[in-house]
Design a protein around this ligand. Structure first.
Ligand SMILES: Cc1ncc(COP(=O)(O)O)c(C=O)c1O
Length: 405
């Protein structure tokens, strides 16, 4: 065991020293050397420069310029401007992504918007049955509003379930519980062949792997910014409406911010062109500008390189788990195949072990992941700031906890 331990530690150190993102870690406030942070798939770490930028927004833009900042500090145009910063990270050309509201609210806009683009004879909305719950709840309401019914389908059965009655398929790109990546190009093409539209939830993929929204003809997409995009707790989400759908997109939340002449204050609604049609009301400027600052860490970063490191990290972590964790104590529910894996590893506790208690003990020993009831430990690998020595240590401590030492 100690021989293997030394081998893995040496290997981890060699991988870290060859890591093109090694310096990127310094951009983040991760100074507690005795903590390994593997929960960036829930809340990304704080980029170091964000507090100063927010202090400027609060003290100068708000405190001194006050109302003038809507123009002079670019507050009014922030939703589209920041959308255009996120766009290349999800493979979208400019003008199709708008930032604002929560992911839940954007799921509502996207699903109702997509349903309203479909003929009424298409009366089914297919929803990934393993979806993050909010998507299912909201799709249900969207279906009621648009005279459809929700059909929950396991992602593996989606292709077969698509048909002449399908209006919309709402799918998660990466499953939040298992870390399984679904086939975005293939399922989008299959939806189109069936005459349906595809809405993708990118919460667990944007910032961790290439998405290719334009390249794969995705219709609508939504995602949060507080995970791999490090925007901060509750930072605003985004909505992608493919350019070809924008002119017909009929938002179910046509607030004054999405009016073509918002300051005309007319009683009648006339939708704005482009991504701005996805706006609703006054944007949450403090969160939005924290997100804008946080996105600076992506300058010069290629998502393909991020993906390469993510796969290397999760491969290495799985190898370390195999070595350190006593046989039979955990089973990976994250696919081994690279094309089916996101950027997290989920381990199911066996033998009736209490996953919550295991995670609490891991956190007490400086390894921060999270768990999902009833029995899944989740470890998120954020390539911009997680290293191979982190992965080795996390698996080693997990082995110690499960061995009761
Ligand atoms: C896949 C997925 N979809 C939707 C949500 C909900 O996002 P929000 O709370 O921003 O509405 C989450 C939150 O973690 C998520 O992981």
């Amino acid at each position: 065991m100690s021989e293997a331990l030394n081998d893995l530690q040496r290997h981890a150190a060699a991988l870290d020293s060859a890591d093109a993102f090694a310096k990127h870690r310094d951009l983040f406030a991760l100074d507690d050397a005795d903590t390994v942070y593997l929960d960036g798939n829930s809340l990304g770490a704080l980029p170091r420069h964000v507090p100063d930028r927010i202090a400027d927004v609060v003290t100068r833009q708000w405190g001194e310029l006050r109302i003038r900042s809507w123009d002079e500090s670019g507050w009014w145009t922030a939703p589209e401007r920041i959308g255009d910063r996120i766009a290349p990270l999800v493979g979208a050309a400019a003008g199709q992504v708008v930032v604002g509201d929560s992911t839940s609210v954007n799921v509502f806009k996207a699903v109702v918007g997509a349903a309203r683009l479909s003929p009424e004879s298409r009366d089914e909305i297919l929803v990934d049955a393993s979806t993050f719950p909010t998507d299912g709840y909201i799709a249900e309401s969207a279906a009621r509003m648009t005279g459809r019914r929700v059909v929950p389908v396991a992602p593996g059965d989606l292709r077969a379930a698509l048909g002449p009655r399908t209006a919309v398929a709402l799918v998660n790109h990466v499953d939040y519980r298992t870390g399984r990546r679904h086939d975005l190009p293939g399922l989008t093409a299959a939806a189109h062949e069936a005459g349906a539209l595809a809405v993708w939830d990118l919460c667990h993929s944007a910032g961790a792997l290439p998405v290719g929204l334009d390249a794969h003809d995705v219709d609508f997409a939504v995602g949060c910014t507080y995970k791999y995009l490090n925007g901060g707790p509750g930072s605003p989400a985004y909505l992608y409406v493919a350019e070809r759908h924008q002119a017909a997109f009929d938002s179910p939340l046509p607030g004054w911010n999405s009016h073509s002449d918002p300051f005309g204050m007319t009683p009648g609604y006339a939708p704005a062109d482009g991504a701005a049609r996805g706006r609703v009301g006054t944007p949450d400027i403090l969160s939005m500008l924290a997100l804008e600052a946080a996105l600076d860490v992506w300058d010069g970063v290629g998502v393909e390189d991020v993906r390469e490191k993510s796969l290397a990290l999760t491969d290495f972590f799985l190898e370390c788990v195999d070595t350190y964790v006593p046989a039979g104590r955990v089973t990976s529910v994250t696919p081994a195949a690279h094309e089916e894996r996101g950027s997290q590893v989920s381990l199911r506790c066996e033998d009736g072990a209490d996953a919550g208690a295991v995670m609490r003990e891991l956190i007490a020993r400086g390894v921060v992941g999270d768990f999902r009831r009833p029995d899944v430990l989740r470890f998120g690998f954020t390539p911009l700031y997680v290293g191979f020595c982190d992965a080795e240590r996390a698996a080693r401590v997990l082995g110690e906890v499960l061995a009761g030492s």
